[in-house]
Design a binder for this molecule. Sequence first.
Ligand code: SF4
Length: 288
Amino acid sequence: MNIIVAKDAGYCFGVRDAVKMAYEAADAYGEVYMLGHIVHNERVVGDLEKAGAKVVDSLDEVPVNKPILFRAHGTSPDLWNAATEKKLNVVDATCPLVTEIHEEFRKMEAEKRQLIIIGDHGHDEVIGIASQVADPIVISSVAEARKLGRMKKAGVVSQSTQMIENVQSIVNELMTRVFDLKFVNTICYPTRRNHQQIKQLAENCDLMIVIGSFTSANSKRLTQLALERNPYSYQVSEASELKTEWFSDSVKTVGISAGASTPDEIIQTVIDRVQEIGQITEKETVYE
Ligand code: SF4
């Protein structure tokens, strides 16, 4: 049995930088405040809490002498203005690729287009993109796109972690109802690479393990991608959830990947446990 690990498994650079900035701010100021969790991963959140990161519901709860960290997936202009008025010390961890989405969307607004975001309703990144402009529409599926009326001019961006297939089918539907349609593909390149590697590994391996929190929409999406290609695909949030019965004698190759909110330590413990179950002595190979 051998193990192949996807090169882009785990933290994307946006999340990696945000987590690092949170630790640095907590270290420098004793505490750092955030409006919501930095990633959808219980272990990361718990470790950060121990280091001094505190989650609050509003800026009013942030002490004046402590920093507030604005997370990787973007913050509304209203919150930025409120933080500036309160003279809070803002640690800006917004991913530059999310900032690009905001810029593209504002350009589309200047072109007087009907603004459409393809993304998950209620997701923080989608809320952040929507807050950049007036009256955007959020759609998550082809069924929702079908409910839209005809439009003269529309501009479309997508949440950075969307699946390309979902975005393509929604854009196809929109093409039938919009005369002048501008679409900018804002699925970020770490997401595209991660999705591509999972698809290929699931197709080529006998067993596929996707590591990620069950509270993360992104990790569930990755598991779905794997399952569509390989019925022997399983999601685990940590090594203890691996089941020995998955590793039958017919399993010669195990593929491993992880969602963008899964830290390196958890990935490593899963690899170690798979090596133990499969009695593998060789080092895992990396799939690019
Ligand atoms: S998923 Fe993409 S856009 Fe979002 S934080 Fe990571 S790199 Fe940035």
